[in-house]
Design a protein around this ligand. Sequence first.
Ligand code: PGA
Ligand code: ZN
Length: 405
Amino acid sequence: MSVITDVRFRRIFDSRGRETLEATVETARGFRGTAGGPSGESTGTHEVQAFPKGGVTEAMATAARDLRPALVARDVADQAGFDAKLHEVDGTENFSRIGGNTATALSLAAALAHAAEDGRTLAESLGAAAHPSQWPAVVGNCLNGGRHAIGGPDIQEFHAYAPDATPLEEVRAAIAVHRAVGEAIHKAYPTLALGRGDEGGWVAPIGNIEALEILTAACASVRDTTKLPVYPGLDLAASEFYSDGKYRYKDRTLDSDGQVAFVAELVDRYDLRYVEDPFDQEAFGPFAQLTAAVGSKCLVVGDDIYTTKRSRLGRGIAEKSSNAILIKVNQVGTLTDTLATVALAKANGMATVTSHRSGDLPEGWLAHVAVAFGSAGLKCGLLGGERVAKLNELLRLGGATEAPH
Ligand code: PGA
Ligand code: ZN
């Protein structure tokens, strides 16, 4: 048994410059794990609450007063017991007393400390094969809209989806698409000052269809030059523009059936291989209609609809709502809760895509959990230190070393 001797908390900043909290777990043998809690902007209604009412200040005070004494002297190898203790001390349904970000930071810090004790990577410690036969596809944000980019398209994220290659090839292909998208926008609007959104994708005052045309052409040109499979994908984050039973785009308003037909047509026309949250977060039925229509050729991914919750995934499985689920640890707050959802997905043949948040941190643990979960995708953006940290960690796991010359 290796005992936890100290638990500390620190106020830090995320990639949007907002305050969050990081935790350090230290063991008797002097090993440490440190992790922070990332934050979403287009959060799902069913996520745990990131911070208590009093924000980071209250989270820090509660953690020091109530959590530290409950966690010191525990066995660091007992992740399930550690995570259960977080729930016990919190005592609410949604971590609203200690804060979901406190729980996430602690759960990951404990897992990292345990891995360090054993001299293993987090991925190995969580059960990943030393040489996985299949690496997660890189799902990388090339163009931002919605709540992640002021003045951009209504659709929140335009992705390069790069599967079925080595981590290095996937990262290269996805970044090449990002670059080609930037060049295409610059060519179409030579005097426009181009910026980047919260997840590192380009921001430009263009519509959804124009953005898709540019993305699709960029993917095709990268496929041509690299011979690597890289295809367009979307996260519509449709709950953000759904109200009173309608999907309200700047240039069109669609009812539920209209939205099913519109998205199915986009999948066909642009050969989309990845479509996330094309419907409102309660729309299990329309999700199932789309999955029946395009699920054989495209990952239909549920994010806000499931919020990584086992019970909501259970409903999605029963109703055949999607063929994939997005996994974000801080939507449920602990590794143990996340693992339970991943296990249910696996048992039912549903793919998992492990994901960052729009307000993230320059930490690499996400790549480890994606590999350990056997995820079909790692969705972590492409540019910006907090995104590159995860891609580079995937490369380290992928053994991308080159002989000296
Ligand atoms: P969020 O966005 O982190 O702001 O929730 C990411 C996503 O919707 O996938
Ligand atoms: Zn999403």
